[in-house]
Design a protein around this ligand. Structure first.
Ligand code: GCW
Length: 735
């Protein structure tokens, strides 16, 4: 039961066609319709198709017999599916949904579109069979929608089987080898396809010894995963070790300009494609946190990425090269080094020097997946480079799936950010080439929007426009292949990547409600302008079949603002971190203050925050284009929720809300912890409406969230009271 989240029961067989799935315009007469089944537990009604009504579709449906529960009987001929359907990432995924005669018809651009169209029908349930159903075209905004697993093959002594994994072990690997039984991987594929994801990276970007071999002698294990994912139009990607030619190839060097090295990569890559013809591409973390890279040989990242791109180009596949490069041996005494600057300092000068099939993958913020960060300036600094946005679904810094934290409101603010002015294209539009992103015109959107509770939107700054466009993203956004024009911005497609939050936990994600984050990331990759609340509503419908209004309302109450609640009791006003070093769970205000990682808050007796201004600080604000460079530079225009990211201010600095920084710290810590206590009682009342196992797991997590929120509240408040000597104006207990 816990396994059937957003796929769910869907089919009743052996009826005439109410539903036609086709890859070509349905020219054959539709079969007579029957009334949709009115069963509440099988909302998708009858799913049936005769071969006469489905020109070409039977052969085209990818692995459907095995893949779609209950559909085998309904989809004749699917046994003839070729072993490797011709999926190009991002191609053939669009479809039109509408009525034809008495049937609902999905007319897909290709095999993958059939699959996505079918899931759309499942999502809509009865409504998909409404005779008045309007015709609609659907296409993904992002052509490559990939989940990166930080899964280790061998259990890592510190990080375990899954680095930053909070949902048990890996779905793929166990104790140093591929799992014998990949049934769960197949179910995962269905779950991902239902959300719209089309690629998975099967191993950690920190590529240790065991994972390094996946590229060569252990490639069979990757091929087995690829076969399991393939029926759901999901391709496999591999994180590779830059030093592989030395480790695996017995070469004395991994220098990207050395001919032997280049040949090794090219031969090795040819073998990968001979084994897995629809292999998706490589992912590389180089010269970062101890991983090897081109710097060892005095080469640039463009050289390093170019070598892999050359090996992949004949196969039409990309290398995703991560921009997460910074000095992790920083000296806290050296105030001139600023980790936030690092990615831009390293990569912006290389704009225009990356090969066509290199995709530079950029974390959404300049630091590291904090609860609140501005959008990374790298995303606006490289017009001649294909860029991917990297989000983190796994909740490393947002409560580790013990805390309830629905992340799409954060992602929505990022995707809707307009860097170059209030009427400029959104980030999503820039990256995907899709013109239709949040609000074509109107109020500005800002990173870090919406404003945190207690903080009004800054004048002339952060209000996210989240109203969905009337139709899906335009045809220009249809995912083109990856081998085309130099810029992902103009060729259409684009890449949205996200670090997965899934493991072998029976609920997939540890916290059962964290499944909503996984679902939403796929949905936002199709339509970045969708309202997070609406996506949550969709997830509730699919997950809690028959959800009565009381449950639906409570889930919204618990989840809609849970990211802001988390922010309220953790690090204030965008300053970040303050977590326990190493595992990153729970409060430790000075935990990183004197470490080499470059993650400081600089609190002293007078004030707190990092001065990143041009005038007196590290100059980071200048990495943004106008007008945001100016807005961030000035305390008066910097959005309050990011104030301490950009400025060091006195505790008595008055925020737009009218309260001082110190009073804001106290007020929001108390409010956040209080809110968690309410959440716990609200959930308790759902006991009769939810599966007991799910209810029990969420109850246990909320108890821990409350304990932890109170710990955060008390440590942060006490710390700042001791530093500032300024008491809480409301006289509440501070220790
Ligand atoms: O946030 C940091 C994590 C590391 C991770 C790294 C990265 C996979 O703490 O565990 O390594 O980011 O993104 O490469």
């Amino acid at each position: 039961r816990a396994c059937s989240l957003f796929g769910g029961a869907l089919v009743t067989p052996e009826a005439p066609a109410d539903l036609i799935l086709t890859t070509a315009p349905a020219t054959a007469p539709a079969a007579p319709a029957t009334a949709p089944a009115a069963s509440a537990t099988a909302p998708a009604a009858t799913l049936a198709a005769s071969s006469a009504a489905l020109p070409g579709s039977a052969a085209a449906l990818p692995g459907s017999a095995a893949a779609l529960p209950g559909s085998a009987a309904a989809l004749p001929g699917s046994a003839a599916v070729p072993a490797v359907p011709a999926f190009a990432s991002g191609s053939g995924e669009g479809y039109r949904l509408g009525r034809r005669g008495a049937a609902t018809v999905v007319t897909a651009d290709g095999p993958a579109g059939l699959l996505y169209g079918m899931f759309e029908v499942v999502r809509r349930g009865e409504a998909a069979f409404d005779p008045a159903l309007p015709g609609e075209r659907h296409e993904p905004a992002f052509g490559l929608r990939v989940l990166d697993h930080w899964d280790n093959v061998d259990v890592h002594p510190v990080m375990g089987q899954v680095e930053r994994g909070y949902a048990g072990g890996s779905l793929f690997w166990r104790d140093g080898r591929l799992r014998d039984d990949l049934t769960r991987v197949g179910e995962y594929a269905r779950l991902l396809a239902a959300s719209g994801v089309n690629a998975v990276t099967v191993n950690n970007v920190n590529v240790h010894a065991g994972e390094t071999h996946l590229l060569t002698d252990r490639l069979g294990e990757v091929a087995a995963i690829a076969s399991t994912l393939r029926p759901y139009a999901i391709r496999v990607h591999l994180a590779v070790n830059f030093a592989a030619p030395v480790i695996l190839g017995d070469l004395p060097t991994a220098d990207p300009l050395d001919e032997r090295v280049r040949r090794w990569w090219s031969d090795t890559t040819d073998r990968v494609f001979a084994t897995i013809p629809d292999f998706g591409g490589y992912l590389v973390k180089a010269d970062s946190e101890g991983q090897p890279g081109p710097f060892t040989y005095g080469r640039t990242h463009a050289d390093g990425a170019g070598m892999l791109a050359a090996a992949l180009a004949p196969h039409g596949a990309p290398v995703r090269w991560r921009a997460f490069v910074y000095n992790h041996h920083q000296d806290w005494r050296d105030r001139s080094t600023d980790r936030a600057r690092a990615a831009h300092d390293h990569f912006a000068p290389l704009d225009g020097r990356f090969a066509d099939n290199v995709i530079l993958q950029v974390k959404h913020g300049p630091m590291d997946f904090q609860t609140r960060e501005p959008v990374s300036p790298v995303l606006f600094a490289m017009p001649r480079t294909r860029l991917a946005l990297e989000l983190q679904v796994t909740q490393e810094y947002t409560g580790q799936q013990r805390h309830l934290c629905y992340l799409p409101p954060m992602w929505s603010g990022i995707l809707g950010f307009r860097a170059t002015g209030d009427n400029a294209p959104t980030l999503a539009a820039m990256l995907s080439g899709a013109p239709g992103s949040p609000a074509a015109a109107g109020s500005p959107a800002a990173p870090g929007s919406p404003a945190a509770p207690g903080l009004p939107a800054a004048a002339g700054s952060p209000v996210v426009q989240q109203q969905p466009a009337a139709a899906g993203p335009s045809a220009a956004a249809s995912g083109a292949g990856l081998g085309g024009a130099a810029s992902g911005r103009t060729s259409g497609g684009g890449v949205l990547s996200a670090v997965s939050n899934v493991g072998d936990d029976p609920f997939w994600t540890g916290h059962p409600l964290a499944q909503a984050n996984l679902y939403a990331v796929g949905r936002l990759a199709w339509r970045p302008d969708r309202d997070p609340t609406e996506i949550l509503d969709e997830w509730i419908t699919l997950t809690f079949s028959d959800a009565p209004d009381r449950l639906r309302r409570t889930l919204h109450t618990l989840m809609d603002d849970s990211w802001q609640t988390y922010e309220q009791y953790t690090a204030p006003l965008g300053v970040g971190f303050m977590v326990r070093p190493g595992h990153h769970y729970g409060p430790d205000v000075d935990g990183y203050e004197y470490t080499p990682w470059g993650t400081y808050h600089f609190a002293d007796r007078d004030g707190v925050g990092v001065d990143r201004t041009v005038a007196t600080g590290t100059g980071f604000t200048a990495q943004y284009p106008a007008p945001w460079s100016d807005r961030y530079e000035s305390r008066d225009t910097c959005p309050d929720e990011l104030l301490l990211f950009f400025h060091h201010v006195p505790y008595t600095h008055v925020l737009r809300s009218g309260v001082t920084v110190i009073q804001h710290i106290y007020d929001t810590r108390f409010a956040g912890a209080r809110r968690v206590a309410e959440m716990r009682s609200q959930w308790r009342e759902m006991a009769d409406l939810v599966d007991p196992a799910v209810h029990a797991r969420v109850t246990e997590r909320l108890a821990e969230q409350l304990r932890s929120a109170e710990e955060w509240r008390d440590q942060v408040n006490t710390y700042f009271y001791r530093k500032s000597g300024i008491p809480d104006a409301k006289g509440r207990p501070i220790h």
